[in-house]
Design a protein around this ligand. Structure first.
Ligand SMILES: C=C(O[C@@H]1C=C(C(=O)O)C=C[C@H]1O)C(=O)O
Length: 172
């Protein structure tokens, strides 16, 4: 999945004409994990695709204010509802964020990153950006990203909403 795409600030959502069925998913600022747990009636799990040190994309590095030459902790997961992949998520955590109590972010494992972020009293969330990612066979999907700050230190979370989620009778 190509995450080096053009992102549009949410305030310009009208310019990207996201279909109504996706707008609530794209714009809700509460924990996506909590919504997926409800939508799946508890049949929710996180499948870690990869987690390790790698270079962020130029767009991610720019969003985080770090050099794209600097390694960051990259975590990619599938968020599974009723054994279907509903969301593909990619989080980029700079080494400078993984200090102090934030070192725990490297040990989330198959728990949801959101369960750590939304429990932290220092957590702040930055503005949402929206994009349309191209997939093979002319498919495309809607995605969003935003920065989270724990103890003032940033990480970038990108969430791609996959077609199977559209069939689910639940909206945030
Ligand atoms: C930020 C959240 O955490 C979710 C869980 C993720 C993970 O476990 O890697 C990544 C992105 C999110 O969709 C959330 O629940 O809102």
């Amino acid at each position: 999945m190509n995450f080096d795409t053009r992102w549009t600030a949410l305030r310009r959502l009208s310019r990207i004409h996201a279909p109504l069925c996706w707008q609530r998913w794209l714009t809700d600022r509460a924990s996506l994990t909590q919504h997926l747990i409800q939508a799946s009636e508890g049949h929710f799990r996180v499948e870690v695709v990869r987690q390790g040190w790698a270079r962020p994309t130029r767009s991610e590095a720019s969003a985080l204010g770090i050099s794209f030459r600097q390694l960051a902790l990259i975590r990619e997961v599938r968020l599974m509802g009723k054994e279907q992949t509903w969301v593909y998520a990619r989080s980029v955590i700079p080494a400078s964020t993984l200090t102090g109590k934030e070192r725990q972010l490297n040990h989330v494992g198959s728990r949801s990153l959101g369960s750590v972020l939304f429990r932290d009293p220092t957590m702040k969330r930055g503005p949402l950006e929206i994009s349309r990612l191209s997939l093979p066979e002319d498919q495309s999907v809607w995605a969003r990203r935003s920065k989270f700050y724990l103890s003032g230190k940033p990480l970038l979370v990108c969430e791609v909403f996959l077609p199977a989620l559209e069939q689910v009778n639940y909206r945030p």
